[in-house]
Design a protein around this ligand. Structure first.
Ligand code: PEP
Ligand code: MN
Length: 255
C-alpha cells in the first residue's frame, strides 16, 4: 500500500525518516533540532507536546504551546510533523494542526480515543502496545479504519520482556510478520525499544534490512539536558550518519 502525506510518499518501497526530540521543550530547541534533522534527510519532524509520562511529577509537555512551536518549526523548515495525542478532548486541535497523529504505545487499546482519531480522517501512526500482540495491534488499526482513517502507519517500538539491559525488546519479526497480514506500511522505532543511544543505530539498520517502510528516531542537540528520554536520543551528527547508512541498507536488501 502506498499513500501520500504532506507530499511525501509512504510505503510501496519508499523509506521514510521521522526524527526529532521526545518532547518539544522550547522554541530554540525545536527549531534547531528541526533544522538539523531536515539537513540530515528527515522527511518528518517528531516532537511530543502532550507527554504520557509514567510519573505525574515528570515533565508533561508544553501542551498547546508545544503544538504551536511544531507549527512554527514546520513553517521555518517545511518539515511536516508527527505528534502524539493522549486525550479525546484534543481531537479538534490535533485535526487542525498535526500532519500525522501518533497513538502511543500506552494508548494503543484506548478504543474511544482510536474511534475519535479515526473519525478525523487524518494520517495516523499507531504504536504497538508494551504487551500487545500483533493481532491486537492490527485490531486497533482496524478501529481507526472502521471509524474513517485511511492513512494508517503501524509502528513496532519494542515490547516488555524479562530482559533489563534494554528498555524494551525490539521485536523485528513484527516487520515481516505484519507485512504478511496487512497492507499497511510498517515503521520501526528503535529509540524507545533500546532506551539507550548506543543501540539505536544497530537496531535501526537491522530494521531497514528487515524491510521496514520507515524509522522513527529520537534526536536531541543536547541529550544530557533533555527533559524526556535523553538517554536514548542521538545527536544530530549521529542521526545524519545513521540516515545515510539506513538508506543504503534498505536499498541493498530490497527484494
Ligand atoms: C514517544 O514516541 O515519545 C512515545 C512516548 O513512545 P511510546 O508510545 O512508543 O512509548
Ligand atoms: Mn520518547
Amino acid at each position: 500500500m502506498i499513500f501520500e502525506i504532506a507530499g511525501r510518499k509512504i510505503g510501496g518501497g519508499n523509506f521514510t525518516l521521522i526524527a526529532g526530540p521526545c518532547a518539544v521543550e522550547s522554541e530554540g530547541q525545536i527549531l534547531s533540532i528541526a533544522q538539523a534533522v531536515k539537513s540530515a534527510g528527515a522527511d518528518f519532524l517528531r516532537g511530543g507536546a502532550f507527554k504520557p509520562r509514567t510519573s505525574p511529577y515528570d515533565f508533561q509537555g508544553l501542551g498547546l504551546e508545544g503544538l504551536e512551536l511544531l507549527e512554527l518549526a514546520r513553517e521555518k523548515t517545511g518539515l511536516p510533523f508527527v505528534t502524539e495525542i493522549i486525550s479525546e478532548a484534543h481531537a479538534d486541535i490535533f485535526a487542525q494542526k498535526a500532519d500525522i497523529i501518533q497513538i502511543g504505545a500506552r494508548n494503543m487499546q484506548n478504543f474511544a480515543l482510536l474511534r475519535q482519531v479515526g473519525e478525523l480522517n487524518k494520517p495516523v501512526l499507531i504504536k504497538r502496545g508494551l504487551s500487545a500482540t500483533l493481532g491486537e495491534l492490527l485490531m486497533s488499526a482496524e478501529y481507526l479504519a472502521a471509524s474513517g482513517a485511511e492513512k494508517i502507519i503501524l509502528c513496532e517500538r519494542g515490547i516488555r520482556t524479562f530482559e533489563p539491559s534494554t528498555r524494551s525488546t525490539l521485536d523485528l519479526s513484527a516487520v515481516p510478520a505484519l507485512r504478511e497480514k496487512s497492507r499497511l506500511p510498517v515503521f520501526v522505532d528503535p529509540s524507545h525499544a533500546a532506551g539507550r543511544a548506543d543501540l539505536v543505530a544497530p537496531l535501526a539498520l537491522a530494521a531497514a534490512a528487515c524491510g521496514a517502510d520507515g524509522l522513527l528516531i529520537e534526536v536531541h542537540d543536547r541529550p544530557e539536558c533533555a527533559l524526556c528520554d535523553g538517554a536514548q536520543a542521538l545527536k544530530p551528527d549521529a542521526f545524519a550518519d545513521l540516515a545515510g547508512r539506513a538508506a543504503r541498507v534498505r536499498e541493498a536488501c530490497r527484494g
